[in-house]
Design a protein around this ligand. Structure first.
Ligand code: FAD
Length: 319
């Protein structure tokens, strides 16, 4: 059996979680086994049943009001309870903010080998060998997991999401949570302000310190609005509170793989590239011809952001 942790936003599963279920379905087919998804919090049954169209046979649902706010310790306990109930040999989550905190805990509790940031399916002809990112996405490693139980966190936006047919059964699960599991509490969640969710956006307009200050962000927002894109930023920008932390991408922020990533006034440090170098097309706008980002760019524009971005926005308007 394979157990997969699925995440939702206000009762609707995130696209990246559907990707995780499809990923699990591919492995389950090769292993000749089934998939059980684990959902927490307030999700309607009708939404959980849709996971059948992505390959899950069953959804275990834990509805404890305390789970409405993310808590890595409690989430891990629920996933472990599901894995034990299902006698799962493979447990899958995402290599995102939630998964980075939850999946290592799950692996530790189950004494399982962990592949963090997988970008390939396990090669069963070579034991259980999984391709993963290393050195902030600069190289790949092939990791052979030899433990009986295996835990994988999948790099989001690695595989396409294609809906099939089918409906999953839903079963309530009591995970034995106690107050001690909620000893760390989330007091505030600040969301990225853009209308398009960053993690699922096909187009992203991103800004760095080269924008000089939050008062200049209107040029990026205008372009993003014309394109129907999400906005993102480099870490120093979020650290300086020019933009919310939900928009920060990179090694210590979100990992995105949009079709188009437009980087404006961002130098292209390796820690930034780690979160965006899976983008299909990268456009870099920078006034320094030596900016390292140009080496990773498909298209580069040399010049001042405050001149070039408004011109780009005007050009997009004409389409
Ligand atoms: P800068 O490096 O200051 O670059 C600004 C760029 O703007 C320059 O290239 C400049 O030429 C250009 N510019 C200036 N004026 C203009 C103009 N008018 N028009 C056009 N271009 C202009 N960073 C991240 O982004 N994400 C992370 O997750 C992350 N994690 C980190 C983790 C660790 C452990 C460490 C040590 C660092 C991390 N960093 C991360 C920081 C990273 O190393 C860089 O410092 C950061 O990415 C630089 O941000 P920046 O490109 O916005 O700023």
């Amino acid at each position: 059996m394979i157990v997969v942790l699925v995440e939702h936003s206000q009762g609707v599963f995130k696209k990246k979680s559907l990707e995780a279920v499809l990923y699990a379905a591919h492995i389950a087919k090769e292993m000749g086994t089934d998939i059980t998804a684990v959902a927490m919090g307030n999700v309607p049954d009708s939404e959980m049943q849709t996971l059948g169209a992505y390959g899950a046979q069953k959804v275990l649902h834990t509805t404890d009001a305390r789970l409405d706010n993310f808590n890595s310790k409690a989430y891990a306990k629920v996933v472990v309870a599901a894995a034990q109930k299902e006698n799962a040999k493979v447990i899958i989550g995402l290599h995102d903010t939630t998964g980075k905190a939850v999946m290592p805990r799950v692996a530790a509790r189950l004494q399982a080998g962990l592949v963090a940031g997988a970008v390939g399916y396990p090669d069963l002809s070579k034991g259980f060998t999984v391709k993963k990112n290393v050195f902030s996405g600069k190289a790949f490693a092939f990791v052979n997991v030899t433990s009986d139980t295996k835990v994988i966190s999948l790099m989001p936006n690695t595989f396409p999401v294609v809906k099939g047919e089918g409906s999953a059964t839903v079963e309530q699960m009591e995970a034995g949570l106690s107050d001690a599991d909620f000893s760390v509490k989330v007091l505030e969640v600040s969301k990225a302000s853009g209308s398009v969710p960053l993690s699922e956006a096909e187009l992203v307009v991103s800004g760095g310190r080269g924008l000089k200050g939050p008062e200049n962000w209107y040029v990026l927002e205008a372009l993003a609005q014309e394109l129907g894109a999400a906005t993102a930023c480099s870490r120093p920008v979020a650290d300086a509170h020019w933009r919310p932390h939900g928009e920060h991408v990179g090694q210590t922020g979100g990992t995105i793989r949009p079709n188009l990533y437009i980087a404006v006034g961002i130098s292209g440090a390796i820690q930034h590239l780690a979160g965006v170098n899976g983008s299909k097309t990268i456009v870099v706008i920078n006034k320094d011809p030596e900016a390292p980002f140009f080496k990773a760019a498909d298209y580069g524009v040399l010049g001042d952001a405050m001149e070039i971005v408004p011109k780009l926005t005007e050009a997009v308007k004409k389409f």
